[in-house]
Unconditional design. Structure first.
Length: 78
């Protein structure tokens, strides 16, 4: 299953996003920002299932959460 990440300008935004997504029954896991998206690997991203990413972005936008990258697909390496 593919997953997607949403990145934020701060850890604060990431934690708020996780709380809001949970309130809307969207499963999200906070993960370090993938190296492919940030050379410094700083910060947290919300990882969500591909089928939930559009709803997650819509909900977070409506709640005023600032997002840097929205719905970047991750391919799991095995």
């Amino acid at each position: 299953m593919l997953s997607c990440v949403i990145t934020f300008p701060s850890v604060y935004h990431a934690f708020r996003a996780k709380k809001i997504l949970k309130e809307h029954s969207i499963v999200a896991e906070l993960v370090p920002v993938p190296r492919e998206l940030s050379a410094s690997c700083e910060g947290l991203a919300a990882q969500v299932a591909e089928q939930d990413v559009d709803k997650a972005v819509e909900v977070l936008g409506a709640k005023g959460i600032v997002m840097l990258q929205k719905g970047v697909k991750l391919v799991q390496a095995y």
